[in-house]
Structure formats: C-alpha cells, structure tokens
Design a protein around this ligand. Structure first.
Ligand SMILES: Nc1ncnc2c1ncn2[C@@H]1O[C@H](COP(=O)(O)OP(=O)(O)OP(=O)(O)O)[C@@H](O)[C@H]1O
Ligand SMILES: [Mg+2]
Length: 448
C-alpha cells in the first residue's frame, strides 16, 4: 500500500513494514480459509459417517429384532448387557429393568450351576451347549437349547458371554408325540409281522396236512386190506387144522383168494412201510425247521431247502404250475433253516400267484455257486413286476393283491432275513418275461 496516511509522507522503511504486515494478513486469511474449508469437509465427513453408523445400527437392531431365538449378552458374572425383543417377549419384562440385572433371576433356580458353567465357558472363548429353563411371562418354564460364545469389546478383549437360546418345549412335545406315534407304529408293525408269521405258519400247516394225508390214507387202506386178508387166512388155516378134505381145501383156497393174498401181502407191507417212512420224513423235516432258534446258524443243504420249500408251497396252494428245480450238487449255506425256508416259500408263493391260471405256468428254482457265495433264484413266466412297482416291492405293506389276499409283508420279511444272514435279495425280469428273484448268500466256510 503506497501513498499518504494520516496526512504524513511515509518513509521508505515504514513503507516496507506495511507491505510485510499486509503479506502476513493475506497469509493469515488464506490459512483461515483453509482451516474453514477443512472444517466444512470434516463436518460433511462426520455427517456421512454418522448416517452410516445410524444405518448400521438400524440394520443390526432390525436383524436382532427379527431373530426369533432368545439372545442375551452378559458379563462374566452374569450381569445382563443386552437382550433382544424375543427375550423380552418371552419373559414379559421391560428392557430398562433387565439391563444391569443378573441373568440367574430369569432362570429356574436349579439351572444356576449350569448357567454359570455355560457363561464361564463362553467367557473363556469356548463354545458350549446345554439346556436352560427360562421363566416365561405366564410363570411356566420354557426350555431353551442354549449355545454360549464369547462377548468381545471394541478392543477384541473377551468381556463376557453371549447366550443364544431356542425354545424347545414345543419341539420336545412334538418329539414326544412323534416318539409315541413311532412306538405305536412299531407295535402295530410287530403285530402285523406276528399275523404274517401266523399266516405263513397256517400255509405251512396246510401244506403239511395235505402232505401227511396221502401216506396216512394209503397206510390206512393197506391196513384195512391186510385185516381182510388176515380174516381169509385164519378161515383157511382153521379149515386145515380141522382136517378138511383136499377138495374142500382147494375150493376154499380158490374162493378165499389165498394165492392172490400171499402174492399181494409183500407189496402191501412194502407200501405201508413206505407210507410210514414218508410220514417219518415229513416229521423229521418239520423238526429241523422248528427246532433251531431264530438267530442261530446251521449249515443248510440248498438242494434240500429248495425241494422241501417247493413241495410245501405247491401243496399249500394246490398249484397246477410246473415247478422245476435245477440245483448244483452239494451247495451248503449258513443260516437258519426255518427262516430260509420261509423266504423261499414266500418267493415260490408269489411266483405261483403270478402264474395262476396261465397256460404252461412254470416256476423255475435254481441254485449255483458263485465264488464264495451261493445264488438261489426263483423265476416264473407270469406277467412280471411293473416298472413303477420295482422300487417298492420290498417295502413293508406294499401289495398289488386284492384286500384280504396279501399283507405285502412277504418280501419285506424275506429281505430282512436275507440281510440278517449277510446276503442280498434282488428282483428283476426272468428270461420268459416274468419275475425273477435272486438271493445271494455267503457259502458255508470250508464246504460246498
Ligand atoms: N413273482 C412275482 N411276479 C409279479 N409280481 C410280484 C412277484 N412277487 C412279488 N410281486 C409283487 O410284489 C408285491 C409284494 O409282494 P409280497 O410278497 O411282499 O406281498 P404279497 O405277496 O402281496 O402279500 P403276502 O406275501 O402277504 O401274501 C406283490 O403284491 C406283487 O405286486
Ligand atoms: Mg407274498
């Protein structure tokens, strides 16, 4: 700034001083400007951060509010720092009253040691789980499945524990109801299995009765004939002992058919013996089937198993189908003969049902050795199993038979028995387009 001031002419030095102070002022003003604009910038920054913070807080609050599980943050000695609305709703308390109070006041008395253990574990940085009973607003105890973890402060220091709890009273009730239903179902299932066992026993008894009927009836017939022969022979012998004339004796010998009787007696006795042997064989078979206990293992002759099963199944059903058995000799498996018999009879029974009334109805049983295993197959030339049913036939109660004709348990029981003996049972299509069931069982060790 040059020129006059206060009416005086200024010296050179004064003029230099003036310009220096002017530059200083300019600098001060510029700095003030800078500080002011930085202040403005900081304020805007602060406002933005505030807005972000508020948003984050709203977000966290709304997340916590929407959590249906109970959430409690507390210090290591159980003093509550924060709870979520689910806790307040369940206990019926105001947040103000809860904060700062101790958690144990909201729990069933007996739960205190467990709560202390959970909080201590959480505080030490371990995650621990357990049940606690919270006193609900209506006074009842609500069982919570609690998970406890560490609570951190801003410096990542552990300052307490966070407990999250899911009410499981309803879940427990539902579980108990489910358990009861399951038990009832199991009981019903056991009853049905017993019924099915009784039904297969019935089938077996029918087969045996039919089987015994034959030899017993011809033993009876033979004995009746032998008795008639005995009368004639005694009559003839009496005549000899009385000293009848040779003519009279010749006449009697002819009329009493003595020659025919003596010729016939041998075969009659043979037939009777055969009948008695047959009865004895059947009884032996039955004893073998029934005397071994379930779960007990015996060596079972596969050929005999197939023959006996075919025999009984056919007799019980009075089947017209041809049953062919094609078994390699000397095959032996380990199992329970009665149960394996039940399986094979079930399969033959199904096959006979499938071919019933068909021309050329045929059921083919086969057994052969595969490495360390024995394969038994039952095939028929019936209609086969529908593709849609293939996945279901081994399920309990699945049946395509009319109501009252089948329980649908036959294959399921067979499956269970074969699995018990370490084998497999599968279904497929036979070469004649019918069904074919294959059982693979381990061969008995050192045999066959
Ligand atoms: N040889 C077969 N040919 C065609 N379908 C079969 C054959 N074997 C089984 N099935 C099918 O599998 C179903 C289930 O058989 P499963 O033996 O378990 O019960 P079921 O024979 O119906 O009844 P139950 O054995 O109590 O008499 C049968 O209803 C049938 O649909
Ligand atoms: Mg069946």
């Amino acid at each position: 700034m040059l020129g006059h001031q206060n009416g005086t002419v200024r010296t050179q030095g004064a003029m230099e001083l003036d310009s220096a102070s002017e530059a200083m002022w300019v600098d001060v003003i510029r700095r003030m400007d800078e500080v002011y604009s930085e202040l403005l910038r900081n304020e805007a920054d602060l406002e933005r951060k505030n807005a972000e913070l508020e948003e984050a807080q709203t977000f966290i609050s709304s997340v916590i509010a929407s959590v249906s599980d109970v959430l409690i943050a507390c210090s290591a000695d159980g003093r509550i720092k924060k709870v979520n609305p689910a806790f307040l709703k369940l206990t019926g308390h105001e947040e103000k009253a809860v904060l700062g109070s101790r958690i144990f006041g909201y729990l069933a008395e007996r739960d205190r040691p467990q709560a202390e253990r959970l909080i201590a574990a959480g505080h030490q940085g371990n995650v621990m789980e357990g049940d606690l009973h919270l006193i609900a607003a209506d006074g009842r105890e609500e069982c919570l499945a609690i998970r406890c973890a560490a609570l951190f402060d801003a410096g990542r220091r552990r300052i307490g524990a966070v407990l999250t709890g899911r009410p499981i009273s309803e879940l427990k009730q539902a579980y108990e109801a489910l358990h009861r239903a399951h038990m009832n179902l199991q009981q019903a299932q056991r009853r049905l299995i017993e019924q099915e066992k009784m039904a297969s026993l019935g089938r077996l008894v029918a087969g045996v009765a039919h089987e015994l009927n034959n030899p017993i009836s011809f033993v009876y017939g033979n004995i009746y004939t032998l008795d008639r022969y005995r009368k004639n022979l005694i009559f003839y012998l009496d005549a000899i002992h009385r000293g009848e004339t040779p003519e009279r004796l010749a006449e009697l010998r002819k009329s009493l058919k003595i020659d025919a009787i003596t010729a016939d007696v041998g075969s009659l006795l043979e037939g009777t013996l055969e009948g008695a042997n047959r009865v004895s064989d059947i009884v032996k078979n039955l004893r073998r089937l029934s005397f071994s206990k379930a779960g007990e293992r015996q060596t079972v002759d596969v050929g005999r198993l197939l023959r006996n099963s075919a025999h009984l199944a056919a007799k019980a059903k009075n089947a017209q189908a041809e049953i062919v058995i094609d078994s390699d000799p000397d095959l032996v498996i380990e199992g329970h003969e009665g149960q394996l018999h039940q399986v094979v009879v079930n399969l033959i029974d199904n096959a006979l049902h499938a071919v019933e009334g068909r021309d050329g109805a045929r059921v083919q049983l086969a057994a052969r050795r595969l490495d360390q295993a024995i394969e038994i197959s039952v095939a028929d030339n019936g209609p086969g199993i529908a593709e849609k049913d293939m996945g279901k036939i081994f399920e309990p109660f699945f049946t395509t038979k009319a109501v009252g004709e089948g329980t649908g348990l036959g294959l399921w029981i067979s499956f269970t028995i074969i699995e018990d003996f370490g084998g497999t049972i599968t279904a497929g299509r036979s070469k004649d387009g019918g069904a074919e069931f294959r059982i693979v069982l381990p061969a008995a060790e050192g045999r066959s």
